[in-house]
Design a binder for this molecule. Structure first.
Ligand code: SAH
Length: 287
C-alpha cells in the first residue's frame, strides 16, 4: 500500500504504485452442509436496523425506487443459508467490517442476476448482466465498502457510479443513510429499477446519466464508489467529496488497482493504491 499526498488534480502516477494481487480464491461450494458449517463460523452476528428515510430533496434530483411488488418471504428464507455462507467466505478472504458482512448477508444476490445463472448467485464470482457488463464479485463489493467506511464511522450520503444491475447499491443502502447510484446504459438503469423494486429500499435513488459528472445537485458526498475503472478518477467526483470523505475506485486499464482517495482540504487530497482488481471500463456519455 502506498500513501501519497497531492494537490488537485491527482497525478496519473498516483495510480501506478505498488499493490499486491490477492491470490485467486476458489468459489465456495454452496452445498447445504458447507452452508450450515459456514453459517456457524460466520462472524456476522446481527442484522442492520432499516436505515432512516433520506431528507427531502430539491426538484430535479433523482427519484426513489417505488415499491410495486414485495419479495416472497419463502424466497428469502430459501436463500438464507447460501447468503450466510457467502458472507462467511468473504470474511475469510479478509473483510472484517461486521456491518458490511451483515449487509452482504442481507441482500438477496440471486434477485440481481438472470435465472439461468442463479445457481452461481452466491458464489464469489462476477457474472454477466448483459450489455457487456457484469455484477461485481461479492468480495470486491464488500472490500470497497469496507474501504469507504474506514474505521467504521456511519456514512450519511453516498454516491455509486455504475449501478449495473443494482446489487452494490442495495448493499450500500444497508450501511449508508442515503445512497445515489448513476448508470449510463438506459436498459441497465431500467433493469436495476426492476430488480430493486421488490426490495422496497427507501433510502436509494437511481439516476440515468454519465456518472463521470457526478451528481452536483446532491453533493457533497461522504463517500463515492466507482464500479468501473478509468485511467484516472474524474475531477468532478473529487470535487463532490465532502472534506474528510473518501472515494474508492478501480483505476487502470489492463492492470488495475483499487485506489482510495481522501479529501483532506479544499484543494488537497491523499491517495492510497491498494490491491489489484478487475473491472469493466468507465466510459463517458450515455447510451
Ligand atoms: N455496481 C454493479 C457493477 C456494475 S458493472 C454491481 O452491483 O455489481 C459497472 C457499471 O458501470 C456498468 O453497468 C457500466 O455501464 C457502468 N458505467 C461505466 N461508465 C459509467 C459512467 N460514466 N456513468 C455511469 N455508469 C457507468
Amino acid at each position: 500500500m502506498s500513501e501519497k499526498r497531492s494537490n488537485f488534480p491527482l497525478p496519473l502516477s498516483s495510480v501506478t504504485g505498488a499493490g499486491t494481487r490477492k491470490p485467486a480464491a476458489p468459489a465456495p461450494v454452496a452445498t447445504p452442509q458447507t452452508a450450515t458449517q459456514n453459517a456457524r463460523t460466520s462472524q456476522v452476528q446481527t442484522r442492520q436496523a432499516p436505515p432512516p428515510a433520506p431528507r427531502p430533496v430539491a426538484p430535479g434530483t433523482p427519484q426513489p425506487v417505488q415499491p410495486q411488488q414485495t419479495m416472497q418471504r419463502s424466497e428469502l428464507a430459501a436463500t438464507e443459508a447460501p447468503r450466510r455462507a457467502m458472507a462467511a467466505y468473504v470474511a475469510r478472504l479478509g473483510v472484517k467490517d461486521g456491518q458490511v458482512l451483515a449487509a452482504l448477508e442481507t441482500v438477496p444476490r440471486h434477485m440481481f442476476i438472470e435465472s439461468a445463472l442463479s445457481s452461481q448467485a452466491y458464489a464469489d464470482v462476477s457474472l454477466p448482466i448483459g450489455h457487456n457488463q457484469t455484477i461485481s464479485q461479492p468480495y470486491i463489493v464488500a472490500r470497497m465498502i469496507e474501504l469507504l467506511r474506514g474505521s467504521g464511522q456511519p456514512l450519511r450520503r453516498v454516491l455509486e457510479i455504475g449501478t449495473g444491475c443494482g446489487y452494490q447499491a442495495a448493499v450500500l443502502s444497508c450501511v449508508a443513510q442515503e445512497v445515489y447510484s448513476i448508470e449510463r446504459i438506459k436498459p441497465l438503469h431500467e433493469l436495476a429499477k426492476a430488480n430493486l423494486r421488490p426490495l422496497r429500499i427507501a433510502n436509494l435513488r437511481l439516476q440515468y446519466g454519465d456518472g463521470m459528472l457526478g451528481l452536483p445537485q446532491v453533493a457533497p458526498f461522504d463517500g463515492i464508489i466507482l464500479a468501473a475503472a478509468g485511467l484516472e478518477v474524474p475531477r468532478a467526483l473529487l470535487e463532490q467529496l465532502a472534506i474528510g470523505a473518501r472515494l474508492v475506485a478501480p483505476v487502470g486499464a489492463q492492470v488495475q488497482h483499487l485506489q482510495r482517495i481522501t479529501r483532506i482540504g479544499k484543494s488537497e487530497w491523499t491517495s492510497e493504491t491498494l490491491e489489484a482488481c478487475h473491472f469493466v471500463p468507465l466510459r463517458p456519455g450515455i447510451v
